[in-house]
Design a protein around this ligand. Sequence first.
Ligand code: MSP
Length: 588
Amino acid sequence: MAERMSTPYYITTAISYPNGRPHIGHAYEAIAADAIARFQRSMGRDVRFQTGTDEHGLKMAQAARARDITPRALADEMASHFKEMDDLLNISYDRFIRTSEAEHYAASQALWKAMEANGDLYLDRYEGWYSVRDEAFYDEKELIAGDGEAKLSPQGTPVEWTVEESWFFRLSSYQERLLALYRDQPDFIRPESRRNEVMSFVSGGLSDLSISRTSFDWGVPVPGSPGHVMYVWVDALTNYLTGLGYPDGGETFDRYWPANLHLIGKDIVRFHAVYWPAFLMSAGIELPQQVFGHGFLLNRGEKMSKSVGNVVDPGAMAERYGVDQLRYFLLREVSFGQDGSYGHESIVNRCNAELANSFGNLAQRTLSMIFKNLDGELPALDRNEEDAALVRAVAAACLDETPRAFEQLAFSVGIEAWMKAVFACNQYVDAQAPWALRKSDPERMKTVLGTLFSVIRDLAIAILPIIPDSAAKLLDQMGIAADGRDFAAIEDQAWYDALRTSGYKVAQPVPLFPRLELEEAKPDVRRQPLPPELRRPRRPPAGSPGGCARGGRHDHAQYLDPRRRMGCGPRDSRARARCMGKRRHPSA
Ligand code: MSP
């Protein structure tokens, strides 16, 4: 009942073209949207989260033809890979929509009819440039020069001259209303740089938009116009309505529409921030609150492309680094909204320094000391000013800085604030030295360990949206009930004593984050083989100078307490095992 009363929040991702398997860019968007959905749930909102696949259009038809199968068979095969990716990455969607679903045809046709009834559609002849890869029409003035005589779209993709009878949408008559929207609702397009691009595009004047095709039939049929299928973007954008039950309306639609956030990549902002609101205005449907165009993920600074052979399989990355490690890295490393680069070393360094060495070790050491020295029992607390200062520092991060940044989609800023609180805890451990207090002042040791237990719980709750599986495993070990893991629970002052007197005991803790090896990159990317003369010699084996680089130390030395650092100097057998490419758990 409480959930029904809470504020609704509807978030969507772009729906991906299933003309091939998902790549890391798709995973990035799904992970970011999932972190937002989880964060909003944790703030007590009633979240509806939709993702899916965009299955029509020429691109799909051509990809299917190349494999000599039907577009539907291709879509069935590939959509299942997108779904598997989402499930693997712990994407907590409520609805996975496929645009080949019958109800989506009904929704798209209803939207079409509403635009037609408003007098915004007319039949004419289209002559102009079309990019199959972008599924987009371009004006001559937007094209850029390619090799020789070739013309390319602004995205650098090939364009072809297309002449067809087509239905048009009177986009030109929406220019003023769109500009008014951007002015009156400044957050409609974020970040600011994309808003500026869109405003200057619309200010330059809008041409009417060709919205049907006759040269192929893989699409939603245009109502009452045999031979025409809808332009793929008309039906694709409608997915956001279909998933809520449009056109029949009903409780779900009334509750969640208009969407709070369409999360998409920067390459498709125009479709969402120009065409989509114009279609909705025409059909008399309320507009979404925000379109956020995130940046692109680059492979070591390079654009991913099948021809370059650097397309990365998210499943292989998750397998190699761990799902939560991948999620954490992408959201921590990239300033959300801007392009970001990833590479093996940066993932390993970041995850080792922050997840394994800082947060994981903090939790592991604390639970382990309570287990060993207090027989697993939570102590009563007799806090002094130092303890209170730590509690305040962690609360400032977990209740203010981190959620405030997450609310703004500034993940890296929010995680940074969280990490600072983790460092504060580790400094506190070093300063209090509970292992020494065991003999000198056992009562004080109890308060130190109990204080650490309480702040670790707050840290785990605050980071749940980013690393849901690991943080939940930690909270499980800490005896924190599933309904006590949201931001409201952090504010609850009474939980510790309630848990302490409940008979709960800390068991031997299980480490959360295996330490990753900074070894030569395994083939996590689907590379095309290099000619022998370009191949690099293999790196020296582990144990020889430079064979086991623990690069995290260079970048993050200031965060690491030498007592916590796993021995990098003398080569003991554990260190050698770690250097052999195995993932190992750090011990307490
Ligand atoms: N089907 C359209 C979207 C229709 S939404 C009504 C489409 N599909 S896509 O498969 O090409 O892209 C899906 C999403 O992934 C888009 O938001 C796109 O920007 C994003 N990305 C594709 N490559 C990307 C990166 N390399 N990095 C980050 N995001 C990327 O566009």
